[in-house]
Design a protein around this ligand. Structure first.
Ligand SMILES: O=C(O)C(=O)COP(=O)(O)O
Length: 314
């Protein structure tokens, strides 16, 4: 049997697949077109969140039995079509929750203490000005968590240690079902109104697309900040540009952009990307690294192998 790994993944996957008898090939971040060209002989595809697995790729994948996604989101796969073709799809829920949650807190602290800008001023402008960077503390501020699954709950646990007030909105959780005493489950509009830090942990679906846009930013607190380590499309980037530029919002710290999907590939790890948001000092951005810790990737690797054993009866 042949397996194709198309992203940077834990070595556990490669090693264990070989022990299970797979012939393993690795092609780092192929474009969709390239993947369609090469996928035919493979029984198993192991990937993270790029490229988009469309009908063309699925049609070309004549021998494919399973796609193992070492990530939570599966919005980059035409799930219906894959199912129709009998391809098993397994994602890896929960295992990068801590990695993402730690990044969320880091991003909140970055914005509150201006650490990226201060670093850049010292190192790239050789200016030592200790008075420009007076910040704010997370303590006693309100963290608003949109989407209260594994990642949202871990964000809440850490934010609680920082003595933040925590509100959460999740369409699937009613206030009376909440068992976490330091978290108040609220409706979406209230969360938007009361939060100093809004962080999103929802999948990208037609319901969540642009869920934070002009209307929501207008309703947010003066100086509130947005953290998006979910999917670019859930925060409208034009609105974000406008509300940070006009000073209503205090900044944003993003790990995802709406147009990043499918930009992967070109057979290089350095993908060129542009956005008007890059002009704004109060927008910090990382290239979708929320789940990129060795710890999370090793856990994910072990789950991928368990799922491979199940699907292939090994
Ligand atoms: O788990 C998810 O949905 C992610 O977005 C993780 O992305 P990654 O696999 O770390 O590139």
């Amino acid at each position: 049997m042949k397996a194709l790994i198309i992203d940077q993944m834990s070595n556990i996957i490669d090693e264990e697949l070989k022990k299970l008898g797979f012939e393993v090939d690795k092609v780092l971040l192929p474009t969709g077109e390239k993947l369609a060209e090469i996928i035919e002989p493979y029984d198993l595809l192991v990937m993270r969140v790029d490229p988009f697995i469309n009908k063309e790729i699925i049609d070309a994948a004549k021998n494919l039995k399973a796609i193992m996604v070492g990530a939570v989101g599966t919005n980059h796969i035409d799930l219906e079509y894959a199912k129709e073709k009998g391809i098993a799809i397994h994602n890896s829920p929960g295992l990068n929750a801590n990695a993402v949650a730690e990044l969320v807190i880091l991003k909140a602290l970055d914005l509150y203490r201006n650490s990226v800008q201060a670093n850049n001023e010292v190192k790239y402008k050789n200016i030592w000005n200790k008075y420009r960077w007076i910040g704010r503390e997370l303590r006693n501020k309100t963290m608003g968590i949109i989407g209260f699954g594994a990642i949202g709950r871990r964000v809440a646990e850490i934010a609680n240690v920082f003595h933040m007030d925590i509100v959460a909105y999740d369409p699937f959780i009613k206030p009376e079902d909440n068992k976490i005493d330091y978290v108040k489950i609220v409706d979406f509009d209230e969360l938007i109104k009361v939060s100093d830090v809004v962080t999103l942990h929802v999948p990208l679906t037609p319901d969540t697309k642009d869920m934070i846009s002009d209307k929501e930013m207008e309703a947010m607190k003066e100086g509130a900040v947005i953290i998006n380590c979910a999917r670019g499309g859930v925060v409208n980037e034009e609105a974000l540009y406008k509300y940070i530029k006009n000073g209503k919002l205090g900044g944003a710290n993003l790990d995802t952009l709406a147009d990043e999907l499918g930009t992967g590939g070109l057979d290089t790890q350095d993908v060129h990307i542009e956005s008007p948001l890059f002009e704004l000092d109060r927008v910090y951005i990382s290239p979708h690294v929320g789940g990129s810790t060795h710890d999370a990737q090793d856990d994910i690797g072990r789950l991928v192998i368990e799922n491979v054993k199940k699907v292939f009866n090994l």
